[in-house]
Design a protein around this ligand. Structure first.
Ligand code: HEM
Length: 404
């Protein structure tokens, strides 16, 4: 299997001081909801306590669709697929439920558990290639990027030739805003044509893959516009590898840079690796963004404060995951200790991450097997010298030089 992407193609640099690794980001202590401004000056409300964030994410008075009314400019900072009104993530109520049901039937935890053997096989293939490569090696190009891309390609029933174009479209779909609008529009048009073609092929000739299960479930359900199905498939391709790649890269930067003492146990004990993966997911944010946005349909009280109808609300899962009322202080501490309460790393409520099972399994196997196969793995560059790949809401290392 070829390495799907040249990490250089992802290169974006943001002017200004160097960015700290994500595990070192500071979070303000959680407090009552307070007014803030989005980067473009739009007023919003920031919600940061664990209980308040859970409430906003689980209460139907706070939705996504109101953020993207037809013909409105996209929400500040969002471009590409993320602001599409056809995307599952931007639907509310019955439209959203219909899409979720379709997806849930195709993507159950039991189905994901059955994928374990071939996911483990892909992990070993990547590790074989990495172990044979010249040192220092780049852990991003050799492991954290190609692994999730190969997994989502297999889930989608695509061969390895599709992997390079998938990465190309993903960069535009999750653009950090630095790509010209026409380039984004043209890449997304190509991506949508690819998604539509894939669905048409699987409708004609079903296989043992997610798009085949999706079209079958959608046709039985009925009433789902094709454009929503296309965005679902494209969203899954992008969301299905970009977040996992980001999490894996940022986690390894932290573990190799600051926590080498955990490496032997990580490699020896898969279950402990699973607990650690959950803790890393909980504590290392995907990016610098503070909060996932919602729109308040009515005046609603949250944590003793009335948020007015029409307000944009930012639910800060990163701050809530550090709320001392729920999680003991010294957040990173013992990485093998189970969490005191359910994490908000995958959200909560109606839009709870559909890929959480898959992401957790991939991270668990990847971290465990990497530590088992390369017990002497260490960074070959200071963590501070890492350059970043920026996405719409994510940030991950462009390269991680390692040796062993
Ligand atoms: C480490 C990996 C991942 C993380 C941290 C993550 C995180 C999240 C979060 C926080 C949300 C909810 C956002 C909100 O409510 O504002 C979400 C939604 C979603 N995720 Fe993930 N995700 C990951 C991997 C995946 C994978 C592997 C897939 C698919 C294969 C996936 C598919 C989705 C979809 C489809 C939604 C939207 C669900 C909806 O709107 O109903 N994610 N994810």
């Amino acid at each position: 299997m070829s390495c799907p992407a040249d990490a250089d193609a992802d290169a974006h640099t943001r002017p200004g001081p160097p960015l700290p690794p994500l595990h070192r980001l500071d979070f303000d202590p959680p407090g009552p909801p307070r007014p803030v401004e989005l980067p473009d000056g739009t007023p919003a409300w920031l919600v940061s306590r664990y209980a308040d964030v859970r409430m906003v994410l689980t209460d139907s008075r706070f939705g996504r669709a109101g953020l993207h009314p037809p013909d409105s400019p996209s929400l500040s900072g969002e471009s590409g697929l993320v602001s599409s009104t056809d995307l599952i993530f931007n639907q509310d109520g019955e439209d959203h439920l219909r899409l979720r049901r379709t997806m849930r039937r195709a993507f159950t935890p039991r189905a994901v558990a059955r994928w374990r053997p071939w996911i483990a096989e892909i992990v070993e293939q990547r590790l074989d290639e990495l172990a044979d490569s010249a040192r220092p090696a780049d852990l991003v190009a050799g492991f954290t990027l190609p692994l999730p891309v190969a997994v989502i390609s297999r889930v989608m029933g695509l061969d390895s030739e599709a992997q390079e174009p998938l990465r190309h479209w993903s960069r535009y779909a999750f653009s950090d805003g630095s790509h010209p609008e026409e380039e984004i529009a043209s890449a997304l048009k190509e991506f949508a044509a690819f998604g539509a073609g894939l669905l048409a092929e699987r409708r004609k000739e079903p296989g043992d893959d997610l798009p085949s299960a999706l079209v079958q479930a959608a046709d039985e359900e009925g009433g789902i516009p094709e454009s929503q199905l296309v965005d679902l498939v494209c969203g899954l391709v992008v969301g299905g590898h970009d977040s996992t790649m980001t999490m894996l890269g940022n986690s390894l930067l932290y573990l190799l840079g600051e926590r080498p003492e955990v490496w032997p146990r990580l490699g020896a004990d898969e279950q402990a690796a699973g607990t650690m993966a959950d803790r890393l997911l909980h504590l290392i944010p995907l990016g610098d963004d503070r909060g996932t946005a919602r729109h308040a349909a009515t005046d609603t009280e949250v944590g003793g404060v009335t948020i007015p109808a029409g307000a944009v609300v930012l639910a800060d899962c990163g701050a809530a995951n550090r709320d001392p009322e729920v999680f003991p202080p010294r957040p990173l501490g013992d990485l093998f200790a189970p969490l005191a309460a359910p994490t908000l790393a995958f959200g909560a409520g109606a839009h709870y991450c559909l890929g959480a099972w898959l992401a957790r399994l991939e991270l668990r196997l990847a971290l465990h097997r990497l530590a088992a196969r390369l017990p002497g793995l260490r960074l070959a560059q200071p963590p501070e010298s890492v350059e970043w790949h920026l996405g719409t809401t994510s940030r991950s290392p462009q390269r991680i030089a390692v040796t062993w």
